[in-house]
Ligand binder design. Structure first.
Ligand SMILES: Nc1nc2c(ncn2[C@@H]2O[C@H](COP(=O)(O)OP(=O)(O)OP(=O)(O)O)[C@@H](O)[C@H]2O)c(=O)[nH]1
Length: 309
C-alpha cells in the first residue's frame, strides 16, 4: 500500500509546527511519521514535535529544497522500510524553503509510487499584511498549495481573515482556504479517505537557482538565562530578526525547560517538555535576512543574558 504524504509549507513562523503538532496529537490511531526540517543547526521543531510522535526524523542545518534534498529522499525510503509502515508521512519544510523544488523531488518515480504526494498545505499568518503575498517566496509557497490554512486569527484584527482570503484570490491560487485556530485543521481535509486512488503527478516549473536570502545563527550556553535580561536582548535584536526560537532553562524557574518563540514581531514564552538528553541548557536559533546580524553582535548581546555575562 502506498503511504500518502502531506507537505506543509509556509513562511517563517507562520504556524506550521503548531498544525503538525495538532495533527499528531489527534492522530486517532493513525501511524503518522513526521519529517521536520529546520534551517538552523539546532532542530528546535523536531524537539517540539518529538513529544507528539515517535516517528519524528529531524533534518537540520540546511534546507530540504536545496542542500538536503538527497537526505529527504533517503529519509522517505527509510520510513517506508519501517515495520510497521507508517499510515501517513508529514513533511514540514523550513520557512525559507521553496516547496516547488521539494514537490519536484517528490515526483521521483519510486517515491511517487510508494509515498505519493497527497496534499500540499500552505500555512499563512492572518496577522501579516496581505501585501506579504507579493513576496516571491511566499507566492511560490502559495502556488503549490491544495489547501491554505489561515493561522493566528485570534491575534488578528477584525476582518483580517477576509482581507487575506481576498489577497489569496487575487493571486489566482486555486487552493481551498480554511481557518486553523491554534493549529486545528480537520485531519480528513489533509488525508482524504479512500486514498486507494493514486494522486496524479504534479507539474512544477523548471528549477530556479536557490536564492540565499536568510541566514541562521545559533546561540547555546550551559547556563540558564535571566528572563528580564533576555527580554532586553530580544528588544535590541528584534528589528534585525525574521524569526527566533529556543529552548532554555531560566534563572527564575530553575529545572524547567521553557520554549521561546519570536515570529512576526511577537515574542512568547511557554513551559516546555524535559530537555533532550545531552542538549545544552540554553539553545536559541536566530534567523535574519543576510547581512542583518553578525555573529559578533549576536554573541555580544546574548552573553548579557547569562550570569557573569
Ligand atoms: N495565538 C496563536 N498563536 C499561534 C497560532 N498558530 C501558531 N501560533 C504561534 O506562532 C508561533 C510560531 O508558530 P510555529 O508553529 O512554530 O511556526 P512555524 O511555521 O513552524 O515556524 P518555522 O518552522 O520557524 O518557520 C508560535 O509561538 C506559535 O505558538 C494561532 O493560531 N494562534
Amino acid at each position: 500500500m502506498p503511504v500518502p504524504v502531506l507537505l506543509v509549507t509556509g513562511f517563517l513562523g507562520a504556524g506550521k509546527t503548531t498544525i503538525v503538532n495538532h495533527l499528531l496529537a489527534h492522530a486517532q490511531g493513525r501511524r503518522i511519521a513526521a519529517v521536520v526540517n529546520d534551517f538552523g543547526a539546532i532542530n528546535i521543531d523536531a524537539e517540539l514535535i518529538a513529544g507528539a510522535s515517535d516517528g519524528v526524523v529531524s533534518l537540520a542545518n540546511g534546507c530540504i529544497c536545496c542542500s538536503l534534498e538527497g537526505d529527504l529522499l533517503r529519509t522517505l525510503s527509510t520510513l517506508l522500510r519501517r515495520n510497521p509502515k507508517p499510515d501517513y508521512i508529514v513533511i514540514e519544510t523550513s520557512g525559507v524553503a521553496d516547496p516547488a523544488d521539494i514537490v519536484r523531488n517528490l515526483m521521483d518515480p519510486v517515491i511517487l509510487r510508494e509515498a505519493p504526494l497527497e496534499t500540499v498545505l500552505c500555512v499563512l499568518d492572518a496577522t501579516a499584511p496581505p501585501a506579504a503575498l507579493d513576496d516571491a517566496l511566499q507566492r511560490s509557497q502559495l502556488r503549490v498549495a491544495d489547501i491554505v490554512a489561515l493561522s493566528k486569527l485570534d491575534l488578528a484584527e477584525e476582518g483580517a481573515g477576509a482581507r487575506m482570503r481576498q489577497a489569496i484570490r487575487a493571486q489566482r491560487v486555486p487552493a481551498g482556504v480554511v481557518d486553523a485556530h491554534h493549529g486545528e485543521i480537520p485531519p480528513a481535509l489533509l488525508f482524504p479517505a479512500g486514498a486507494d486512488r493514486a494522486p496524479a503527478p504534479r507539474e512544477v516549473g523548471p528549477k530556479r537557482p536557490a536564492e540565499e536570502r536568510f541566514e541562521t545563527l545559533s546561540w547555546t550556553s550551559d547556563k540558564p538565562v535571566s528572563l528580564p535580561r533576555l527580554q532586553r536582548a530580544i528588544n535590541r535584536l528584534a528589528p534585525k530578526l525574521a524569526r527566533a526560537k529556543g529552548l532554555f532553562e531560566t534563572l527564575e524557574q530553575p529545572g524547567r525547560q521553557m520554549v521561546f518563540q519570536f515570529a512576526a514581531g511577537r515574542a512568547t514564552l511557554a513551559p516546555g517538555d524535559a530537555p533532550a538528553p545531552g542538549a545544552a541548557r540554553s539553545r536559541i536559533v536566530f534567523i535574519a535576512e543576510l547581512g542583518m546580524l553578525s555573529r559578533a553582535e549576536l554573541d555580544e548581546i546574548m552573553k548579557t543574558c547569562v550570569a557573569g555575562g
